[in-house]
Design a protein around this ligand. Structure first.
Ligand code: ATR
Length: 261
């Protein structure tokens, strides 16, 4: 029987995860299909409570459900618990558990380029993606400054990991990471003034699907290494695929399946 996996989000239509996972299932001849569950908030609880009845083997969870989903699961991994969010549901026996691989999506591409220990990182945002980034950056020993539109949330997140919250971008960071949603709907908007890129050698944006102003500003400033959201999505996807299938993710196939990459 064909196994069903998928993504639940609202809206979910922009997701490239179906292309990525379906290409991987096909390449490894795994009898599985990855579907899109574009689910409105009033129907979310019903979908998750009925995972078993709906014969769903695993799900990626995206905006705005990464925190809400926790209450419906049979358990969550320690990492997801620490981050406070789940982006991957997997099945063990008849039970469903939550994991979080978003932090890998952010930290693994960075580690391919640079050591993170002691590096000055300016992290923009304090929402779900930023929480996952903090977990990974702490693990690697980076020196993180969090800048967010709502300062109180930045302070709370910084306190949790022993980082600093900042109200200005004048710290001359080595690495700048965008974990806000600015640039997602309007590519012409950036969360930060381009001057911040002056001393930065590495920039990462979590947004994918189009080139954001954040990324084009970084290019124009001559930043040497730029990681876009496609690569973040892929690295999160490699970990998800391994968890679901037990097989090593076919990385090149998954890469090729992503448009614009
Ligand atoms: P995600 O799970 O993708 O991180 P989220 O939890 O809703 O989504 O977080 C979105 C982040 O983008 C937050 O840091 C948010 O700032 P606030 O905490 O002040 O809400 C930030 N963000 C969203 N729209 C923004 C805007 N127009 N300008 C600046 N920051 C914005």
């Amino acid at each position: 029987m064909i196994k069903t996996y998928g993504i639940v989000a609202y809206p979910a239509s922009h997701s490239l995860s179906p292309e990525m996972h379906n290409a991987a299932f096909k390449a490894l001849k795994i009898g599985a299909k990855y579907r899109v569950f574009d689910v409105k908030p009033e129907n979310f609880g019903d979908l998750i409570k009925d995972l078993h009845k709906n014969k769903i083997e695993g799900l990626n969870v995206s905006m705005p459900y990464k925190e809400e989903v926790i209450q419906y699961l049979d358990g969550i991994d320690p990492t997801a618990k620490k981050i406070g969010a789940v982006n991957c549901i997997y099945k063990k026996g008849k039970k469903y558990y939550g994991a979080n691989y978003d932090w890998k999506g952010i930290v693994e591409p960075l580690k391919k380029i640079t050591k993170l220990k002691g590096k000055k990182v300016l992290l923009l945002g304090a929402g779900g993606a930023a929480k996952a980034a903090c977990f990974g950056l702490k693990k690697e020993g980076a020196n993180v400054f969090i800048l967010n539109r709502t300062f109180a949330t930045a302070k709370e997140l910084a306190r949790k990991y022993g980082f600093k919250a900042t109200e200005t971008a004048d710290s001359m960071p080595d690495i700048v990471i965008n974990c806000t949603s600015v640039g997602f709907e309007n590519p012409e908007e950036s969360p930060i003034n381009p001057e911040v890129f002056k001393d930065a050698g590495v920039v990462l944006d979590i947004i994918y699907g189009h080139e954001t102003k954040f990324v084009s500003d970084a290019k124009a400033a001559g930043v040497k290494f730029i990681i876009t959201g496609e690569e973040v999505l892929l690295h999160q996807g490699y970990a998800t695929f391994k968890k679901w299938t037990g097989s090593k993710a076919p990385r090149e196939i998954m890469k090729k399946s992503i448009r614009n990459f």
